[in-house]
Design a protein around this ligand. Structure first.
Ligand code: ZN
Length: 437
C-alpha cells in the first residue's frame, strides 16, 4: 500500500498539530484516509477533529519517521496548492516556483488513484509533495499543454513542448513531456536554469592525481575524452566543468546538446531537434573550424564514428556514452562498431561516474567499519544530504595503448573501481555503496 499525504491534510490538521503530535493525514490509492504517526497514536481529541471531516474514522498507521519529515517539509507547499485551486494559472506558477525553491530538477504530475499527484525530483530522488483533486489535475494538465503550445485536444499521443518562465528576475527554460495514460496524462517538466552556478573541476571532489590527469588531457589539441554512466549520473556537469577550465584559451568551442542544461557565453551551443540530430549537427560543425567539440550524448554508430574521426583530425572531442563502468564502456564502443585500433588511436581518457547520496555530515557515525546516520535537524531527519560524485578513471597513455594493442582491452591493468572510490570517501551508507555492485 502506497501512502501519500492526503489532499485535505492542511484543511483538517494544522502544521502545528502535525508537528506537535508527529502525525499526518494520509491517503491510499482508494482515497481511504489514514492517520500516520511516528511514536504514539494521537489523542482522542484528534479523532474528534477528523470525525468532523470524514464519515469514517481513518486507519491508524505507524509510519517511518523519514516519511513524516519529508512531508512536513512540503506542508507550506500543500497549503499554497490548496489556496490556488480556483486559479489554475496561479497554481502552475506556484508549483514551478516551489519546485525551484526546493531545488527540484523535474516536476512530475500524474494520477494517483482517482486524483492527481505532484512529485519533485530533488537531488535525484522523487519526493511526493502534494495531491490534487481530479478536476484540478485535469485543468492543470490542460494549462501546461496550452502554455507549452501543445495540442490540448490531443490525449492519445505523446507530445513534447517547451516554455519559459521568469521567476525572481531569473529566466527558466521548461521542457515538457506529456504521455497519455489509460486515464489522464503523465506530465514531466524539466527545469533548466540559465543562472545555475557552473561547477569547476575543483568542485567535483576528485583526487588530486585524477584532477591532474583530467587537466592534462583537456589541454590536448586532439583526441577524445569519454564520460560514461547511466542517466542522472552527472555526466554533463563533468563536461561543463571541463569546458570551464579551458574557456580562457581562445578556442572555438562548439557543443551539441539535448537539452542545453547550462548556457556558456564562451561556447557555441547547438540544441538538437527533429531535423538536426547529433550526427547531422556533428557533420555540419566540422565545417565551422572548431578546436573543441562537446557531444552531449553518443547514441548511435554514426555519431560515434564521426566523433572518433573528428578526434583523429585535430579536434578535442568531449562526449558522453551510456555505460556502467570502464570495462563496459570499451565493450559498448566495440558493440557500436568501432575496432580496437580506432579506439586506441584517439581515445585519451574514460571517466565512468555516478552520483550517490552521502550521509549527513552532521550526524554520520562509524560503527564496526560501517558508516550510518540516524538523521538530525540539519538533514531533515533523512540521514543524507545532497549528492556526491564517485568515479573510476582510465587514462589511455602509451603503456596502456601498447598493452591494449597486444592483449586487448580486457587485459588492461585494473583501476580503482567505482565501489573502491566510493568506499574511500568514507561518506556513504552500505545501502548506497551496494548500488554500485
Ligand atoms: Zn543529519
Amino acid at each position: 500500500m502506497i501512502l501519500n499525504i492526503h489532499k485535505d491534510n492542511s484543511a483538517v490538521l494544522s502544521k502545528a498539530i502535525c508537528e506537535k503530535y508527529q502525525i499526518l493525514l494520509l491517503c491510499d490509492e482508494q482515497n481511504t484516509p489514514h492517520i500516520g504517526y511516528i511514536n504514539q497514536t494521537p489523542p482522542a481529541a484528534i479523532n474528534e477533529i477528523i470525525k468532523q471531516h470524514f464519515s469514517i474514522l481513518p486507519n491508524m498507521q505507524k509510519i517511518n519517521p523519514k516519511l513524516f519529515y519529508q512531508n512536513i517539509k512540503f506542508l507550506p507547499f500543500q497549503e499554497e496548492v490548496k489556496n490556488h485551486t480556483n486559479n489554475i494559472s496561479a497554481l502552475l506558477d506556484c508549483i514551478i516556483q516551489s519546485a525551484i525553491k526546493y531545488q527540484a530538477s523535474d516536476i512530475h504530475i500524474e494520477r494517483f488513484g482517482q486524483d492527481g499527484w505532484i512529485r519533485f525530483r530533488i537531488y535525484g530522488e522523487l519526493e511526493s509533495c502534494s495531491m490534487l483533486d481530479k478536476s484540478t489535475y485535469k485543468a492543470l494538465c490542460s494549462k501546461i499543454k496550452l502554455e507549452s503550445r501543445l495540442d490540448i485536444t490531443q490525449i492519445k499521443e505523446a507530445q513534447d513542448g517547451r516554455t519559459q518562465k521568469i521567476i525572481d528576475n531569473k529566466v527558466y527554460d521548461l521542457r515538457i513531456s506529456v504521455l497519455p495514460l489509460f486515464e489522464g496524462e503523465s506530465i514531466v517538466i524539466r527545469i533548466l536554469s540559465k543562472h545555475k552556478k557552473h561547477l569547476m573541476l575543483e568542485d567535483l571532489h576528485l583526487d588530486l592525481s585524477h584532477l591532474n590527469i583530467i587537466k592534462n588531457n583537456i589541454c590536448k589539441t586532439h583526441g577524445i575524452i569519454l564520460i560514461t554512466g547511466p542517466t542522472g549520473s552527472g555526466k554533463s556537469t563533468t563536461q561543463y566543468a571541463m569546458l570551464e577550465s579551458i574557456k580562457n584559451r581562445n578556442l572555438k568551442i562548439i557543443t551539441i546538446e539535448d537539452p542545453i542544461e547550462y548556457q556558456m557565453s564562451f561556447a557555441t551551443q547547438i540544441q538538437t531537434n527533429e531535423q538536426l540530430g547529433f550526427s547531422q549537427a556533428l557533420r555540419a560543425i566540422l565545417r565551422q573550424d572548431p578546436d573543441v567539440i562537446m557531444v552531449g550524448e553518443i547514441r548511435d554508430t554514426q555519431t560515434l564514428e564521426l566523433a572518433f574521426s573528428a578526434a583523429l583530425t585535430g579536434h578535442l572531442v568531449l562526449a558522453t556514452l551510456h555505460a556502467n563502468d570502464i570495462s563496459s564502456s570499451f565493450e559498448r564502443l566495440l558493440n557500436l562498431g568501432l575496432n580496437t585500433h580506432t579506439i586506441f588511436a584517439s581515445l585519451l581518457l574514460i571517466i565512468s561516474q555516478r552520483l550517490l547520496k552521502p550521509l549527513c555530515p552532521k550526524c554520520k557515525k562509524l560503527q564496526n567499519d560501517i558508516w550510518y546516520a540516524d538523521g538530525c535537524e540539519y538533514c531533515n531527519m533523512q540521514g543524507s544530504f545532497g549528492r556526491e560524485l564517485v568515479y573510476e578513471i582510465c587514462e589511455i597513455n602509451e603503456e596502456i595503448r601498447n598493452l591494449a594493442k597486444q592483449k586487448g582491452f580486457e587485459n588492461l591493468p585494473k583501476q580503482q573501481s567505482l565501489y573502491e572510490n566510493a568506499k574511500s570517501k568514507n561518506c556513504f551508507s552500505q545501502e548506497e555503496l551496494n548500488k554500485l555492485i
